[in-house]
Design a protein around this ligand. Structure first.
Ligand code: F6P
Length: 552
């Protein structure tokens, strides 16, 4: 796709804009345009997206939008919402939007009535959650459930964990929620130590119901329930969230305890599906539904708004300018909100599993960098760890600042300090500090000239470092849903413009296969007499050393 002449021209225009002398000086853009902050800010209700602290000027924005039009982004939006096969390598639609739609919205996934199917399953989930909460559904010993353990990994963990924390950290939840993902036995041991089996409901969340880590952990918790309460108790303490009814039944979970979804929901887009049951149990059904409503609101905006006013499109184009035109290889997300402390981890899967690709849909290699490496931590904590590099390092790392204007706690003064820091970090990245300013400041404080000469260069900030800011009124379930869907659509737009498939994840397969081949060589008692597998020399040496260390 990128080789089509019209697209070649669009990319060439962007390259030419980036190569202009003096570009990309963000400070110069502010100096030249007093109205820049307003002109480069987009809004959807209270949600404000400020792009002004990037090197995008009017011409660049037009060129980015031209790229989007030339590539046919309008048509892609239509195909996505029509439930077309936008994931051709797996032969699927990507219709996670149906999970937050109303039954009457009529969304389809290929030839399935996606809105109707999703609404029906949502009703079943709602009934289940209501019965757990009102105590009509209890554990095998008759005790009420007070803890839910979600066993899942990747999209079956990160989304539910991130959203549950976001919605319960400030005010507490209806039930305690724990998340068991890693196959490292430490996680399961911690849960066994902390939870009372009689009051614990286990959700096995796995789209495929074959993921090794999840099945291993699910079996560990099954044995724990059986050992503590008896084999007959297992059914009352488990539920499954999956597309694989046969595997769920084989595990011993009854059909009425299975909440299903379809293959047109990708794992990293599945928190809106039954995979989000832990969110509903912990934060309450109203919160879960409000989160879906927020997602649906963003869907309508993304589907209908002009590209030039479209928040996911603008965020995506800004990212493309940074990653694929200016060549910035990293991207940092700083939510100034402890409730969003797992948001960067969630985004890592959403963005990097979706767009960490180097082959286009037509099988040819991409010619420009695609998804940057994404990382982040809550602000202000990040300021005291890696922000040094973002301010003064040799790499330019664009930052997304995320901030709610109103807190959800009783220390409003702390929130003002938090917000001041968020704004200050973005301002510092933009403004920087010149050698002249540092020198004058040191002189004014009476520092000796020799010390000024020695130290001043270390205190210079280059400035002109890009950031975007997302500011909204408060973080609640609705605005959380809106925020997540904003990034989901950003990812889809970027993948489309890069010409790659955002909805498959073949890159995770090879390691899984190799692990299966290595495991027998780590457990020689299981394979006595069998020849060791063929490994590269380094892996073979590490396996030998592993055995040696365990024998001492
Ligand atoms: O290995 C990657 C992956 O396939 C993710 O895409 C997915 O979210 C995760 O594993 C878990 O898969 P499942 O929900 O099928 O257990």
């Amino acid at each position: 796709m990128t080789d089509e002449p019209i697209l070649r021209d669009a990319w060439a225009r962007l390259d030419a804009l980036a190569a202009r002398p003096g570009a990309p000086s963000i400070r110069a853009l502010f100096a030249a345009d007093p109205d820049r902050a307003r002109r480069f800010t987009a809004r959807l209700g209270d949600l404000t997206l400020d792009l002004s602290k990037t090197a995008i000027d009017g011409e660049t924005l037009v060129a980015l939008l031209d790229l989007a039009y030339a590539a046919g982004l309008d048509g892609f939006r239509q195909r996505l919402f029509a439930g077309a096969m936008v994931n051709p390598t797996e032969g699927r639609a990507a219709m996670h939007m149906a999970l937050r739609s109303h039954a009457g919205d009529g969304l389809m996934a290929l030839d399935e009535k996606a809105s109707v199917l999703a609404a029906a399953e949502r009703d079943r989930m709602h009934g289940f959650v209501a019965r757990i909460h009102d105590g009509s559904l209890r554990g095998a010993t008759g005790e009420r459930f007070d803890t839910v353990v979600n066993v899942g990994i990747g999209g079956s963990d990160l989304g539910p964990l991130m959203a549950t924390e976001a919605l319960t950290l400030a005010r507490g939840g209806r039930m305690a929620a724990r998340f068991l993902s890693n196959v490292d036995g430490t996680g399961a041991a911690g849960i066994l130590r902390a939870c009372d089996p009689a009051r614990t409901l286990v959700l096995v969340a796995s789209k495929t119901f074959t993921t090794d880590e999840t099945m291993s952990n699910a079996r560990a918790l099954r044995s724990w329930i059986a050992a503590s309460l008896g084999e007959d108790a297992v059914g009352a303490h488990f539920a499954a969230l999956s597309t694989n009814a046969a595997a769920v039944a084989a595990f011993g979970i009854a059909p009425e305890r299975m909440f299903g979804f379809r293959d047109w929901v990708g794992g990293r887009f599945s928190l809106w599906s039954p995979v989000g049951l832990s969110i509903a149990l912990a934060a309450g059904w109203e919160a879960f539904q409000a989160m879906l409503d927020g997602g649906r609101h963003m869907d309508a905006h993304f589907r209908d708004a002009d590209l030039a006013d479209n928040l996911p499109v603008l965020l995506a184009l800004t990212g493309i300018w940074h990653a694929s035109v200016l060549g910035y290889g990293q991207h940092c997300v700083l939510a100034y909100d402890d409730r969003l402390r797992r948001f960067p981890a969630f985004l890592q899967q959403l963005e990097m599993e979706s767009n960490g690709k180097s082959v286009r849909l037509d099988g040819t290699a991409v010619t420009r960098p695609t998804c940057p490496v994404l990382f982040g931590e809550p602000g202000t904590n990040a300021q005291h760890s890696f922000m040094q590099l973002v301010h003064q390092g040799t790499r330019i790392v664009p930052v997304d600042f995320i901030l709610a204007a109103r807190p959800d706690h009783d220390r409003p003064e702390a929130h003002l300090v938090l917000a001041a820091n968020a704004f200050a970090q973005a301002a510092a990245l933009l403004q920087g500090k010149t050698l002249a300013a540092v020198t004058a400041e040191m002189r004014a404080s009476g520092v000796a000239e020799a010390d000024i000469a020695r130290i001043a260069p270390h205190r210079v900030f280059a400035g002109d470092r890009p950031s975007t800011t997302l500011l909204f009124e408060r973080l609640d379930a609705f605005s959380l849903g809106r925020l997540i869907a904003l990034y989901e659509h950003k990812v889809a737009v970027q993948g489309f413009l890069w010409g790659i498939n955002s909805f498959d994840q073949w890159g995770v397969e090879l390691g899984k296969v190799l692990a299966k081949g290595i495991l027998p060589d780590l457990t020689p008692n299981l394979t006595e007499g069998a020849a060791p597998g063929a490994h590269d020399a380094s892996t073979a040496a590490l396996i030998a050393r592993f055995h040696a260390l365990r024998e001492t």
